[in-house]
Design a protein around this ligand. Structure first.
Ligand SMILES: [Zn+2]
Ligand SMILES: [Zn+2]
Length: 338
């Protein structure tokens, strides 16, 4: 979607964005780590996809699905599925699967969890990609209780920040609450975790509410798009900096970035986090062939907010280190037995 704007309004938004970036630059001197990376030590943004649906909703066989992403430049993946799909009854699953026209078919329950992760493991033979595996879990399960057995299979857990339909759009307070809950869950499940799509989910809900009430999308001001209120960014930075919790920059962001007020809010919300050392993940959240066939260019909406390879490679490095430690542990245990 493209929009037309009054030049004055665009100018005021531009000035606002410049002020925000200038404020961030001033703040960065004291907080930003000044690590210098070797050339070639980091994956580019478009080379990573830390949220690729590759389970029950897969439209083609797994190898072809991955090949589509590789053809567009992807090299590092977090493959996952929605954990709740495996709780369907056999009848519901068949009806849903037929309606969606999915190629994939998995058993339900524990057998399905095992089959899915065995499929993901089969890709470890490939030399052209690096594959990690995980689940997407609805944020409400943080309140209502977790299904722990399948979670033990995951190298990464991503929390779906909603709501999808209706309800209050996510904001600073709701995200702070979730991050505190995730820190508690990590005591039992010491794996990296991601908060999935908090920002585009807010915009989606604002747009849906506007459309429902007949309100012009262009009349939504920057302040209404803003995710954080005073003090909330500082609080979130304290919780996230140096932690193993990441904020997702999903491809959904792209469509909202074309709306100037939304873009200004996104930059004002994210740039201070990026400057302060919070780590992000890059992803497509692709489910369908149409999206998988469209070229992925996350630089366009990440770079203006200060989200670069330097603050999106942390998860790759952490996961490689965890794998290396596990391999050493297993080797160590093997030699002790001898
Ligand atoms: Zn989601
Ligand atoms: Zn998803």
């Amino acid at each position: 979607m493209r929009f037309h704007h009054a030049p004055l309004r665009s100018l005021s938004i531009l000035l606002f964005a410049i002020a925000v970036v200038a404020a961030c630059a001033g703040q960065s001197a004291s907080t930003e780590s000044t690590r210098q990376e070797l050339p070639g030590a980091l994956f580019g943004l478009h080379e990573m996809d830390f949220h690729l649906h590759s389970g029950m909703e897969r439209p083609v066989d797994l190898a072809s699905w991955i090949d589509l992403a590789v053809a567009d430049g992807r090299r590092v993946f977090l493959l996952l599925d929605h954990i709740e799909l495996y709780r369907k009854t056999p009848q519901d699953y068949e009806a849903w699967r037929a309606k969606g026209g999915f190629q994939a078919r998995y058993p339900l329950g524990a057998a399905g969890h095992q089959a899915l992760f065995a499929d993901f493991d089969s890709l470890s033979q490939r030399k052209d990609i690096l594959v990690f595996k995980g689940w997407e879990i609805g944020e409400r399960e943080l309140d209502e209780g977790l299904e722990t057995a399948p979670m033990r299979l995951a190298e990464v857990i991503g929390w779906h920040i909603g709501p999808n339909h209706g309800g209050e759009p996510p904001n600073g307070q709701s995200l702070l609450r979730r991050v505190r809950q995730i820190k508690e869950v990590q005591k039992q499940f010491p794996v990296p975790m991601i908060v999935f799509h908090p920002f585009p989910m807010r915009y989606e809900n604002l747009w849906r509410a506007a459309q429902k009430s007949g309100r012009e999308i262009h009349s939504i001001p920057v302040e209404e798009y803003r995710f954080f209120r005073a003090g909330e960014q500082e609080e979130l930075i304290k919780l996230l900096r140096g932690s193993s919790i990441y904020i997702e920059m999903s491809r959904d962001t792209e469509q909202y970035f074309d709306e100037p007020a939304c873009r200004a809010a996104l930059i004002a919300d994210l740039a201070p986090l990026a400057q302060a050392g919070v780590q992000f993940t890059i992803s497509t959240d692709n489910h369908h062939l149409r999206a998988a066939n469209k070229s992925f260019a996350p630089e366009r909406y990440c770079e203006p907010a200060g989200i670069t390879p330097a603050n999106t490679n942390g998860l790759v490095r952490e996961l490689l280190a965890l794998r290396a430690r596990r391999a050493l542990g297993e080797a160590g245990r093997g030699s002790q037995k001898k």
